[in-house]
Write a protein that binds this ligand. Structure first.
Ligand code: GLU
Length: 464
């Protein structure tokens, strides 16, 4: 069975790069009827891991990813890690190193003077003497001193590290007894049964160290997939300046979670030239060995394009639900479906969607002065007044088609074109000259309120 995991270090929010690796790991487990686990790498106790876990859970919930079982917190497993450090010491695969900070600094200076890469020289590796007093030792692993550590990465292919120049006897436990990062990752992945690790390629240089530890501990080495980073459009590392980094910020900016997942799966992976993937298709098609070898660039336009797509496709229920976040409750609206359909093709985000909905549902409190100046000269106000009178003398209209017929007849009788009236009506209805299909808007607002809104604009204009 394939077991994958997502192992974020707590930062208080879930980063979109993190969500991408989580998604990849999730999909690969689902595709194989395997398990997807969550572990919080909170050995740095200064940070609040519970809060971070809440932030991750919230983001997972929003995008609809779920993980198996309970969250594993590294901060709760120190005794376990210690027992494995002891096992390695007992087996002679790790040793205590009493080198003081001063000695280490001196060694580094000498090495850099010789233009060598700074590395531990193994001076306590076979030490049998009496330990120096007053030094709390660190624990170092006995790493191979020659040969090559190589593995076949599922994305990058064969990766090799030369033991003699890349690796030294690195520390697995600090002098205060706390285990180091690479050590705990290995213990946890092994004990959690993780056999396929999908993670950012910023971890590639940790992998040979981790392989040394798997072997020393007698655990099976998992399969690794190192995913290239997401870059900004300029080809630099993605940073906060390039847009939202926190997954939940995408909700605030009006993206649907299906948009974000679809966007992320395509950032670094493809399936022919298909752009739109349902969750079922993602699960059916995703294969980490098809992840791109090169980094991918964040593309804001693509994100908006996908969001428009998902807004167009979403069911009424889905949109009504998503709009609640923006304090728009369409559930009780008698014409909600018409209203949604009038707006959905024009909104790239739910923020725009909610704004357009509010403009239609609430009578304008202010008018766009530029639009008034451009479209409401004395002549236009006269036409609008006559139009209002015509409406008032007509039987109560209901359907868009009825408004359209009346309006066309009104214009034809006066030798006018729709453009002579349309913008004035828009301003009256929504406060500016931009709105969805005008007759639909009239139907949604309803006969009585249409007349009221026209009247309000005429009064406003006369008062100016
Ligand atoms: N905690 C690491 C990080 O957030 C991930 C470790 C791993 O995936 O092996 O970058």
């Amino acid at each position: 069975m394939i077991v994958t995991r997502f192992a974020p270090s707590p930062t208080g929010y879930l980063h979109i790069g993190g969500l991408r690796t989580a998604l990849y790991s999730y999909l690969w487990a689902k595709r194989n009827n395997g398990k997807f686990l969550l572990r919080i790498e909170d050995t740095d106790l200064a940070r609040n891991s519970k809060e971070a876990a809440e932030a991750i859970k919230e983001a997972f919930q929003w995008v609809g990813l779920d993980f198996e079982g309970e969250i594993v917190y590294q901060s709760e497993r120190f005794d376990l890690y210690k027992s494995y450090v002891q096992k390695l010491l007992d087996a002679g695969k790790a040793y205590k190193c009493y080198m003081s900070k001063e000695e280490l600094d001196q060694l580094r200076e000498e090495q850099s003077a010789r233009k060598e890469r700074p590395r531990y020289d193994g001076r306590y590796r076979d030490f049998t003497g009496t330990p120096p007093k007053g030094v709390e030792p660190v624990i170092r692993i006995k790493a191979p001193t020659s040969g090559v550590i190589s593995f076949v990465d599922g994305v990058k292919g064969e990766v090799s590290f030369n033991a003699s120049d890349m690796l030294d006897d690195f520390i697995i436990a600090r002098s205060d007894g706390t285990p180091t990062y690479n050590f705990v990752v290995v213990i946890d992945d092994a004990l959690m049964g993780v056999n396929e690790v999908i993670r950012g390629d910023d971890h590639l240089s940790n992998t040979p160290k981790q392989i040394i530890l798997y072997e020393a501990l007698g655990f099976d080495v998992p399969k690794f997939y190192h995913v290239p980073m997401i870059l900004n459009p300029e080809g630099k590392k993605l940073s906060k300046r390039d847009g939202a980094m926190d997954v939940m910020a995408y909700q605030k900016e009006g993206y649907l979670p299906e948009t974000l997942l679809n966007f992320l799966i395509r950032l670094g992976w493809s399936h022919g030239d298909q752009e739109i993937f349902s969750m079922e298709e993602m699960i059916a098609f995703f294969d980490p060995s098809h992840i791109n070898k090169s980094a991918s660039a964040y593309n804001q336009e693509k994100l908006l394009w996908l969001n428009s797509h998902y807004i167009k496709e979403a069911s009424y229920e889905r949109l009504i639900e998503a709009l609640r976040f923006f304090d728009v409750d369409l559930a009780p609206h008698p014409k909600k479906e018409l209203l949604i359909d009038a707006v959905r093709d024009r909104a790239k985000t739910l923020v725009e969607f909610a704004t357009m909905i509010r403009q239609i549902v609430d009578a304008p409190k202010t008018y766009d002065e530029k639009a008034i100046e451009k479209f409401l000269d004395t002549k236009a106000v006269e036409i609008l007044s006559e139009y209002k009178n015509t409406l008032q003398n007509a039987p109560a209209l209901e359907k868009a088609g009825e408004f359209e017929t009346l309006t066309k007849n009104f214009l034809e009788e006066r030798g006018l074109k729709l453009k002579d009236l349309a913008q004035a009506i828009r301003i009256a209805m929504v406060g500016n000259s931009i709105s969805p299909s005008i007759f639909e808007v009239l139907e949604i607002i309803g006969f009585v309120h249409v007349i009221e809104r026209i009247e309000a604009l005429i009064i406003y204009k006369k008062g100016v």
